[in-house]
Every structure is written in C-alpha cells, then in structure tokens.
Design a protein around this ligand. Sequence first.
Ligand code: 5GP
Length: 116
Amino acid sequence: MPTIFSKIVNREIPAEIVYQDDRVTAFKDIHPLAPVHILIIPNIEIPTADDIQPEHEAMLGHLFVVAQQVARQLGIGESGYRLIVNCKGDGGQEVFHLHMHLLGGRKLGPMLAPKE
Ligand code: 5GP
C-alpha cells in the first residue's frame, strides 16, 4: 500500500511540488505552520528516521542539499530556516514516509514548547 507521499511523488494526488529529481521530491505542506513550509522526502519509502540504513546515506545528504536549494529558491536562505524530522509517536510523526520539514519566513521561536 503506497503512502500518501508516494502518491504525491508519482503525481497520483495533487500537491504543489517545488522541486523533484530522481531521488527526492519537495512540496508545500497542506497545513503550513509558517509562511514557508515545505516537505522534502525521499522518493523511496523509508517509514521513519529509525528505519534509515547505511545505503541511504548519500540520498539523505542530497536531501539536505535540496533543502538548502529550495530555501534559497523561496527567498529564505539569508533570513534562515529550521529543518525538522519527526520520528514515531513521541516525535509527533503523523505520516510514515520519512520527510524533512523546511520552515521559515518568520521568527520561529523556541525549538520546543516549554514542558507542561
Ligand atoms: P509529521 O507530523 O508526520 O512530521 O508531518 C506530516 C505533515 O504532512 C504535516 O505537516 C501535514 O500537514 C502534512 N500532510 C499530510 N498529508 C498531506 C497531504 O496530503 N499533502 C500535503 N501537501 N501535506 C500533507
């Protein structure tokens, strides 16, 4: 069963794709939390950060290069941005297809909400 993000990679469901190559795809988050909120994903299905294998190293390095490129493309290279990867339940992961959030376009505040 393909993930919803695989369907975006394969253009089976719509998304605003801002970058795509043979290894990764970047598209706008459907519920943006900042003026710029992009998801950058491997085209292959890796469920979580905990499932990363040594053979994924080069592709994951490429994910960061694409994040930098997309940040510059969208005008936040100079002002700065945050890259987030949520992993499993306590990490707040909702979609089990590894993805990096690229957030920017405003001051993002503290990295974590204070402990309640
Ligand atoms: P997570 O909590 O797993 O790190 O983040 C999943 C993100 O995927 C959320 O920010 C959510 O808004 C986004 N998302 C979920 N479904 C879709 C979708 O169908 N299209 C797009 N563009 N984003 C989605």
